[in-house]
Design a protein around this ligand. Structure first.
Ligand code: DQA
Length: 148
């Protein structure tokens, strides 16, 4: 099973940016945590990050027919990007939306999520553990379903 894990703008600044919302773990800590869990679960993961909307579209497109599922935290593009939503709809892979912070308890402008329209599940406010939960959720979904 192969999962693509995509992080959007400013998530490379984890550990530095707004620790009250995003904690003290760095992006490198996050990747290590994901890769360690993936190894235990026997899942192959590719972790990608970009600050550019078009790169996120390219990442999603590149998952088509090569990956079994996508985990994505589009950062601020969650709230603005129809292009990222369209890419997710185009590849039609099982997708889980993750947010480190509890977006539903934050500003009004964070209450809109375009990617949610293409997501089978959304995990918010569980810190970086949300990515691990997303991996397990996708595994269950893929193993319980048509995945072989
Ligand atoms: C975020 C929440 C977004 O509103 C914000 O723009 C981010 C991170 C989160 O992980 O909580 O960059 O997606």
């Amino acid at each position: 099973m192969k999962l693509m894990i995509i992080n959007g703008p400013n998530l490379n600044m984890l550990g530095i940016r707004e620790p009250a919302h995003y904690g003290r773990e760095t992006y490198e800590d996050l990747i290590k945590k994901i890769e360690d869990r993936a190894q235990k679960l026997g899942v192959e993961v590719l972790c990608l990050q970009s600050n550019h909307e078009g790169d996120l579209v390219d990442f999603i497109q590149s998952a088509y027919s090569r990956y079994d599922g996508i985990i994505i935290n589009p950062g601020a593009y969650t709230h603005t990007s129809i292009a990222i939503l369209d890419a997710a709809k185009a590849v039609a892979l099982p997708l889980v939306e993750v947010h480190i912070s509890k977006v539903e308890e934050r500003e009004d402008f964070r209450q809109v999520s375009y990617i949610r329209l293409a997501a089978m599940a959304t995990i918010t406010g569980h810190g970086t553990d949300g990515y691990l939960e997303a991996m397990e959720l996708l595994m269950e979904h893929l193993q319980g379903g048509a995945y072989q």
